[in-house]
Design a protein around this ligand. Sequence first.
Ligand SMILES: Cc1cc2nc3c(=O)[nH]c(=O)nc-3n(C[C@H](O)[C@H](O)[C@H](O)COP(=O)(O)OP(=O)(O)OC[C@H]3O[C@@H](n4cnc5c(N)ncnc54)[C@H](O)[C@@H]3O)c2cc1C
Length: 461
Amino acid sequence: MVLTKRLQKLTQILSQAASINRPGDPDFESNATRWSEYAAPRPGAVINVATEADVQKTVQWAVKNGVQFLAQTGSHGWTITWNLGEPNVIINLRRLNKVSVNLNEGYAIIGGGALVHEVIDAAYAAKAHVVVGNCNSVGACGAMLGGGFSRLQANFGMSIDNLISVRLVTAKGEIITVSSTGDHPNLWWCLKGAGHNFGIVTSAVVKAFPQINDGMHWESNMIFLPDHIEQVTQTINDLDMGEGMSIHYAFAGLPPIGFPAVVLELWYAGTAEAAEKAFAPLFKLHPIYHKSSPTPYNKINAALDQGQYKGSQKPTWSVALEKLDPAAVRKVWNHYLEFRLFHPSSKNSAVMFECFAFGKVRETPDEHSAFPWRNMNFHVCASLLYTDPAVDEAADAWGEKFRLILQEASGMKENKVYVNYATGDEPIEEMYGDKHRLDILRAQKTLWDPEGWFSHYHPIY
Ligand SMILES: Cc1cc2nc3c(=O)[nH]c(=O)nc-3n(C[C@H](O)[C@H](O)[C@H](O)COP(=O)(O)OP(=O)(O)OC[C@H]3O[C@@H](n4cnc5c(N)ncnc54)[C@H](O)[C@@H]3O)c2cc1C
């Protein structure tokens, strides 16, 4: 009732193109449903903002009325730190999805609500490359604010390394431009790796590059029998991940029946000839299935589209590693099979060993951004997929053990996790790094958001 009254006031100040969905409205479910419904927020309304001024007015309205809010673009963020219930709202940025690319000047402007595929489509049409994530339905800015892994990082660095400036709506309800040369160097640092904590990005200016190989890339799909796990793992460990290269090594359920399989997806930005040379050690391993093809850059993420539907429980855990331990990877396979055996409906669950090239990423020094883990080589994510929340408890225990298997075998002194892949129960240092980094983040948080309005997603505390 209270929220209803407050929303009436908000309706009066928003643009004509904005709208508000309440539970029961036709669009509420599609706009409020997340990629994973595990521990998902349950808002009392979705505010579909349509302009930068709408974002500003909504934040001002929310702060004035004490209404908690969460910005949302791709709704792919998973975490157990959401803290948003019925009296609170989602600010849906999807209508701010304009993307323009100026290759001559070497930049693109990405609307704060644009999805990865919208950026790729616009870049491809302009014969350009823009560094965005590997999954089409993820929010381009949502991913970038944590760092932004991309196949193109092999050539150009991560999304944050190519960021020129952002327009930001702050907790004070101001709109500011933040850039490397502007007035707020510490805030700029924080936005590149811990950005979800500091405001709402309404647009971002990023670098645009001429297409590699006229936009014709290459991909390869391989399936191995499980007895090859140690060999495949060691070969990936030893592979020199140079420019153009990226790999997803996965344990996944193969369609149509979800048969558990060991899968490799390889991508290369360049010619087939160069790709075959770069990945030669993997070609020698005798997969039971192997298909390679040239792929235009605008179709480069298509292989991952099937895992991106919204809804269902998809609790996810992740670990960042310097190297993959073949014996530990075997244990993870056994652990994966065990869960699937006891929970047959979870056949679309997957463990993904992301192997991206970090050479270009490391050309940007660590101290240039809040992203702390440029020295990691592998980011392993496990997502259990099922519909019955009664399975949550078993899933939680499984996830704990999954992380332990890899952490104990890592040989690393400290556990680390890419903030965009964190579950939300990790110590803060695992996501954001050491005390020096946390001191900067905490000081900037106190300056820009002392009341903690932007504290739903892996908050700084
Ligand atoms: C299937 C899948 C594939 C993925 N692939 C990649 C990948 O290739 N590379 C990678 O780096 N990460 C990837 N991720 C992780 C992804 O970066 C994070 O989940 C990210 O938070 C998703 O952003 P979103 O906008 O889709 O999600 P949302 O849930 O909408 O947002 C997540 C967080 O970001 C904030 N946010 C979103 N947009 C804005 C904005 N414009 N301004 C300020 N805050 C904002 C939200 O408030 C929220 O706190 C993937 C995740 C999934 C589920």
